[in-house]
Design a protein around this ligand. Structure first.
Ligand code: FAD
Length: 237
């Protein structure tokens, strides 16, 4: 295992289909950077919750944010253990028998402790990173952040203690005898793609589509665009 890999422990080591696993930071970061939404698992008073939410990464930290009134964020603020997953669904794999159908995917499971960013400047810097991650160059053109907006927002940060990436790709091998079965089998690729922009109804006349939004070209794969943006963003390294 390279020095630049997360060291798996019994908590994070992939046991089921270990041939799909990788622990190197590059693989983990690449999958994180290609995503927009994660699922965060945490326990409050013995009850597990899993909350879908937007996230962003900087170096070995993952960030998420929300209303200061959020139960999830208030309960995590003190530094509780969390498990965060990101999933990319790449294809349906259609086989000749029920049990050989599968899904091609790339996923990450990361472990750490959540903690609220309390310093106002650090909080604003983290929110700046979120906007710049999605829309590079947009922050300076925005209406400045108000103190009450910042106060009403919680930003959480988690250093990745351990993480595993797991990915399945390609076709599925049917059992030898199944190839004589006269039924279609194969791979049905899936992806989230960019649609046509819908300008806001109250847009001021003559306001053009900015380059940071035009980056999301119609028909483009969202994971590919997010990956390109992350590669160009020095803050993510
Ligand atoms: C889109 C999608 C669909 C899936 N469908 C199924 C399904 O129908 N049935 C099924 O059994 N499994 C499915 N999986 C795989 C599933 O995520 C688990 O890997 C699998 O169920 C084994 O779970 P386990 O707890 O026994 O794994 P273990 O190998 O015991 O898990 C140990 C550790 O391995 C790592 N790990 C496990 N799974 C993942 C993962 N997916 N990504 C990153 N790290 C991981 C974690 O660190 C975890 O703590 C699917 C995965 C994806 C992404």
């Amino acid at each position: 295992m390279s020095a630049d890999a997360f060291v798996p422990t019994p908590r994070s080591k992939v046991k089921r289909r270990p041939m799909y696993a990788s622990y190197d930071r590059d693989s983990v970061y690449r999958l994180l950077d290609a995503g927009l939404v994660c699922h965060i698992a945490y326990v409050i008073d013995g009850q597990p919750f899993v909350t879908p939410t937007a996230y962003w990464r900087s170096a070995d930290r993952i960030f998420w944010h929300g209303s200061a009134a959020s139960r999830m964020l208030r309960s995590q603020a003190g530094g509780i253990p969390v498990c965060l997953t990101v999933t990319h669904v790449d294809a349906l794999v259609v086989a000749r028998s029920a049990f050989h159908h599968s899904i091609n995917y790339r996923s990450v499971m990361a472990f750490g402790r959540a903690a609220a960013i309390t310093d106002a400047a650090a909080k604003e810097a983290a929110l700046h990173a979120l906007i710049e991650r999605l829309y590079p160059g947009r922050w300076p053109s925005l209406r400045p952040v108000l103190a009450q907006e910042l106060a009403a927002t919680m930003v959480m940060s988690m250093r990745i203690e351990e993480a595993a990436a797991k990915a399945r790709s390609g076709a599925r091998e049917d059992d030898a005898g199944d190839y004589a079965w006269p039924l279609w089998a194969g791979v049905l690729p899936l992806a989230t793609r960019v649609g046509r922009v819908e300008p806001d109804a109250r847009l001021m006349p003559g306001v053009p589509l900015p380059p940071e939004v035009a980056r999301y070209a119609v028909g483009g794969r969202l994971d590919a665009i997010l990956s390109d943006l992350a590669r160009e963003n020095p803050a993510a390294r």
